[in-house]
Design a protein around this ligand. Structure first.
Ligand SMILES: *Cc1c(COP(=O)(O)O)cnc(C)c1O
Length: 413
C-alpha cells in the first residue's frame, strides 16, 4: 500500500484542483520521475506503469537513446517554424515514408487530434479537386475515437464526447464497426473518405475483424473514396508490428500517427500515399510547432528502435505473457468476460458482476502500485511501454493479484 500524501503533496494536489480547468480528474498523487516501466511520486511511492502515459511512453521512461537525442538537439536548435527546413524533420519524414511502405509524403503536427484534423481536411480538399460536388461525406465508426477538436470529436462517433458542443461540423456519417454489410452500404456516391482505427482504442480495445478493413478498401475503391487509418494509438509497434494495419495487409491512402511516435515528446504526423501527396498544396494547411526539431530528433530515435524486427518480436512475446497473466488472474477472481486486443494493446473486458467498475478497479490497482487505464466503464486497458521487462511484468502481475483479491465484492443484481 502507498504512503499517504505528505502535507506538501496534499497542498500541491489542492493547488492543481484549484487552478486547472476541471476537464480532467487526476488521482491524489504527484508523479515525479520514471525509469523504464516504473514511476515514483513525490512521496517516494513506486508504481509499475502499464498505461504508458496512454500508449505514449513506448520505450519507457528515461530511455538512454531518447535522452541522448533530446540532449543533443536541445544544445543545437529548439524551434524554427516551417518557414525553414531543419535536419531532424527532413530525416524523420524520409524515414517514416520508407518504413510505411505506402506513403510518399508526410505532414508534421503536435497531436493525434491535429493529425486527424489534417486528414479530414485532406479528404475534403481531395473531394474538391477530384470528386463530384455532392461527394463530401466522411464515414467513421461507432465506438471510435479521433480526438477532441470540433471536427475530430464529430468524427468520434460517441455521443458522450459530443454532447453540448453543437453545432458540430457537418458531413460525418457513422457506421457499425466490424459489420461489413452495415458499413459498406454506407459507402456510396456521397462518400469522400472513410476514417477508421485498425484497432479501436478508447472505444474498448477492439481490433478490426478479419476482412473488415479489406471490405472497406474495396468499397472505397468502388466509389473513389479515400481510406484513412487512424493509427494514433495502434501505430509505432504497439500491436507487435510497426503499423497496426499490417495485420490486415490492407493499404490506406493516408494514415495518422501521434501518441508513441515521440516516445513522450508531443508530435503527430499525417502520412500520405502518392495519390493524395499533392492535395494539401502550398498555403492550404499548417502548424507553427509541427515538425519541431526536438520532437523530431526524439521521434527518429523511437522509429529506429521500434522498426527493428527483433524489437517487434519482443513486443509480441511480452504481449503473450501479459495476456496469459491477466487471463489467469481473471479466472482466479472471476473478473473478465474476455481479454482482447493486439500486441501490447490489451483490453480486459469486465464480466457482468463487475460492470461499470473499471474506474474503481484502476484506483485499487494504483493503491497497490500499478497504473492501469480503462477504455470505457467496462474495460481495463493495458498499453505499457513496449520495452516492458520480464521483471517489470511479473511484479505488475503480482501486485494486480493483490488488487484483484481485495476488491470489495460487487453488489449482487
Ligand atoms: C488519443 C487518440 C487520438 C487523439 O490524440 P490527441 O493527441 O489526444 O489529440 C486520436 N485517435 C486515436 C485513435 C487516439 O487513440
Amino acid at each position: 500500500m502507498l504512503q499517504p500524501l505528505s502535507p506538501e503533496s496534499r497542498a500541491l494536489v489542492d493547488t492543481g484542483r484549484q487552478f486547472f480547468i476541471p476537464n480532467y480528474k487526476p488521482r491524489d498523487m504527484i508523479l515525479d520521475r520514471g525509469q523504464g516501466a516504473r514511476l515514483w511520486d513525490l512521496d517516494g511511492n513506486e508504481y509499475l506503469d502499464l498505461g504508458g502515459g496512454i500508449a505514449v511512453n513506448c520505450l519507457g521512461h528515461q530511455d538512454p537513446a531518447l535522452l541522448a537525442a533530446l540532449e543533443a538537439q536541445a544544445k543545437k536548435l529548439w524551434h524554427t517554424s516551417n518557414v525553414y527546413f531543419t535536419e531532424p524533420a527532413i530525416r524523420l519524414a524520409a524515414e517514416l515514408v520508407t518504413a510505411s511502405g505506402f506513403a510518399s509524403r508526410v505532414f508534421f503536427c503536435n497531436s493525434g487530434a491535429e493529425a486527424n484534423e489534417a486528414a479530414i481536411k485532406l479528404a475534403r480538399r481531395y473531394a474538391t479537386q477530384h470528386l463530384a460536388p455532392s461527394q463530401r461525406r466522411i464515414l467513421t465508426f461507432h465506438g471510435s475515437f479521433h480526438g477532441r477538436t470540433l471536427a475530430t470529436v464529430t468524427a468520434t462517433a460517441q455521443p458522450k464526447y459530443q454532447e453540448g458542443f453543437e453545432p458540430l461540423p457537418g458531413g460525418f456519417v457513422y457506421g457499425p464497426f466490424n459489420d461489413v454489410t452495415g458499413a459498406t452500404q454506407l459507402i456510396d456516391a456521397h462518400t469522400c473518405a472513410v476514417l477508421v482505427e485498425p484497432v479501436q482504442g478508447e472505444g474498448g480495445v477492439l481490433p478490426a475483424a478479419p476482412g473488415f478493413l479489406a471490405a472497406l478498401r474495396a468499397a472505397c475503391d468502388k466509389v473513389g473514396a479515400l481510406l484513412i487509418f487512424d493509427e494514433v494509438q495502434c501505430g509505432i509497434g504497439r500491436t507487435g508490428k510497426l503499423f497496426g494495419h499490417e495485420w490486415d495487409g490492407v493499404r490506406p491512402d493516408a494514415l495518422t500517427l501521434a501518441k508513441a511516435l515521440g516516445g513522450g515528446m508531443p508530435i503527430g504526423a499525417l502520412l500520405a500515399a502518392p495519390k493524395v501527396e499533392e492535395v494539401l498544396g502550398f498555403g492550404t494547411h499548417g502548424s507553427t510547432f509541427g515538425g519541431n526539431p526536438l520532437a523530431c530528433a526524439v521521434a527518429r530515435a523511437v522509429l529506429a528502435r521500434v522498426s527493428d524486427a527483433g524489437f517487434l518480436a519482443g513486443v509480441q512475446r511480452q504481449a503473450e505473457r501479459l495476456r496469459a497473466g491477466l487471463h489467469e488472474l481473471g479466472m482466479r477472481h472471476d473478473l473478465f468476460r474476455e481479454i482482447r486486443g493486439r500486441g501490447l494493446m490489451i483490453g480486459a473486458v469486465l464480466n457482468s458482476r463487475w460492470q461499470g467498475k473499471a474506474t474503481d478497479i484502476t484506483e485499487f490497482a494504483r493503491e497497490d502500485g500499478v497504473l492501469i487505464l480503462q477504455a470505457g466503464p467496462d474495460v481495463l486497458r493495458f498499453v505499457p511501454p513496449l520495452t516492458l521487462t520480464d521483471e517489470e511484468l511479473d511484479s505488475a502481475l503480482a501486485r494486480l493479484s493483490t488488487t484483484f483479491a481485495r476488491l470489495p465484492a460487487p453488489a449482487q443484481s
